[in-house]
Ligand binder design. Structure first.
Ligand code: ADP
Length: 496
């Protein structure tokens, strides 16, 4: 199949979260499986400095945004040893900025204009580059207008006639919601500004637009696909999602084991695999303790945490948890995150209070993230909600037992250890059901207790986790099925 993807982030060009991991890895895997894949992303400052050679396609054109004429230039590079073409949509006024979506003052005020422009450029460029398209695969709200352009035949582009569209939601909390007059920027007819398509409580909603117009909608785990159809997790779009019926499904993200595998990881003190994980983790733990200036002790349980400092990730529970047990429980905590000041301040305060037990780094550091995955005994991920989650998958491969809140993708990937089922051999971690401090505390202390007193059980949990395959192979196959289904449904609708 000829697959064209559009997204606001992709490694190694620009990353703020899991979206980038998916969009940088999935096209490479699909190309390996015989598909022709290309990817469109904005030419952010950091994307142009990723180190990959960039050439000019000599395709340039002008986009009319409510009477404002903006020029676009399409640059090109490749991923996966030349197997995936990557097109960068260049307009310095929109994308030559340090950050992707906002700065210390909040979201950029022209985000609707920036991503209307991006989406318009994608559909135009496909035509001008004469790319064959069987599937246009759009990720998150920033590409949410594309299925609407496609289905409404905006601009009468030829490629529309042979393509079906897939919209993937990475997080319902980010919807691209703007005041209604930004409809004019999209260029789409106001008749689509209704409650079933683009309108949401009087505003323009770009994620809703993508959901409404796409042939098939996917999200990043089967449990999250169920959860978002209910009010508690649907962020107001549960009805729009229920309306998709069996056009909605969940596919767990894959892990790029070329990047996240302790056997070959260049960031860690000692490489290791299933056969020698004990020695490997001892060396990596010591290295991590030195990095975070924690006492050099092999026996103490070390819990790692990595993630955006946002409420979603459960920091509102982590803070009281640490305050409650940091003095009494002999546990070391290593924390890496950046984001909201209220969480950053609280974590720094804890590190000041107990420098012997809590190490905190408030930054985005890929190499530290690798070191934490390798050197921790446990990885804590108490997310309030979690569409898929990647860190728990990395943890499994690194022999770091995940402790998670049973929600979304964490349900689909972490099997809670319970004494009764110890022999079954599918348990790979610990999870708690209720999102409250007591449940989290009990779960963490139970994990620590088993780590300290039942090493044979611990070894089994580690072994099970390390032997599991969360590579892109299965996920890419599931996306292939979603693409086929999108084409079948488009054919049934009489559009193919
Ligand atoms: P989300 O996309 O909601 O942020 P995921 O778990 O799906 O969460 O993906 C987060 C990705 O970003 C992971 O690859 C994780 O290692 C990485 N990450 C998050 N915060 C940091 C940080 N401060 N430093 C390095 N990597 C980080």
């Amino acid at each position: 199949m000829n697959v064209v993807m559009a997204a606001a982030e992709a490694i190694p060009f620009a990353k703020t979260g899991g979206l980038a991991d998916v969009c940088g890895s999935l096209p490479i895997k699909l190309a390996e499986q015989g598909h022709r894949c290309s990817l469109f992303i904005p030419a952010y400052k950091r994307a142009l400095h990723s180190g990959l050679p960039i050439s000019d396609t000599h395709v340039s054109f002008v986009v009319d945004l409510a009477g404002k004429l903006m020029s676009a230039r399409i640059l090109k590079t490749t991923l996966g040893n030349g197997t995936v073409d990557v097109y960068l949509v260049d307009q310095p006024l929109y994308f030559d900025r340090e950050q992707l979506y906002g700065d210390e003052h909040g979201d950029f005020r022209d985000n609707s204009e920036r991503f209307s422009f991006f989406s318009r450029c994608v559909v135009e460029s496909i035509e001008r580059l004469r790319l064959p398209v069987d599937i246009i695969h759009c990720h998150d709200w920033q590409a949410g207008l594309i299925p609407a352009y496609h289905k409404t035949n905006f601009g009468n582009l030829q490629w529309y006639g042979n393509a079906a569209s897939v919209m993937t939601i990475h997080n319902m909390a980010y919807q691209g919601r703007f005041w209604q007059y930004d409809m004019n920027l999209t260029g789409l007819d106001w008749r689509y500004f209704n409650w079933q398509q683009m309108e949401f409580f009087g505003d323009l909603n770009m994620l809703k637009t993508g959901i409404a117009f796409a042939d098939v909608v996917t999200t990043v785990s089967p449990s999250y696909a169920k959860e978002i159809q209910m009010p508690a997790h649907g962020c107001g779009l549960d009805g729009a999602l229920r309306a998709k019926g069996n056009r909605l499904s969940g596919i767990v993200n894959g892990v790029d084991y070329n990047v996240w595998d302790p056997r070959i990881d260049k960031n860690v003190a000692k490489n290791f695999g299933q056969e020698n994980w004990r020695e490997g983790k001892i060396a990596c733990k010591q290295d991590l303790q030195r990095e975070f200036r924690l006492p050099d002790r092999a026996d103490v349980p070390l819990v790692g945490l990595i993630g955006r400092l946002a409420e979603q990730k459960g920091w509102d529970l982590v803070k009281p948890l640490l305050e409650a047990i940091v003095d009494t429980a002999d546990i070391q905590w290593v924390i890496l995150g950046n984001g909201e000041a209220r969480f950053a301040d609280a974590l720094m305060e804890l590190a000041r209070r107990r420098p012997d037990r809590v190490g905190v780094r408030l930054e985005f550091s890929d190499s530290l993230a690798h070191k934490i995955e390798a050197g921790s005994d446990m990885f804590l991920m108490p997310s309030r909600y979690e569409p898929c989650g990647l860190n728990q998958l990395y943890s499994l491969r690194y022999g770091t037992v995940p402790i998670v809140h049973a929600t979304g993708g964490l349900i689909d990937t972490v099997n809670n250890y319970s004494d009764a089922s110890a022999a079954v051999g599918v348990e790979n971690g610990f999870s708690f059901q209720n999102y409250d401090l007591d449940s989290l505390k009990q779960c963490v202390l139970r994990a620590v207790d088993i780590y300290s007193r039942e090493p044979h059980v611990w070894d089994k949990l580690v072994g099970t986790g390390m032997s599991q395959d969360w590579s892109w192979t299965n996920s890419a196959t599931a996306y292939e099925s979603a693409y086929r289904r999108a084409r079948e449904l488009a054919a049934i609708d009489g559009r193919l």
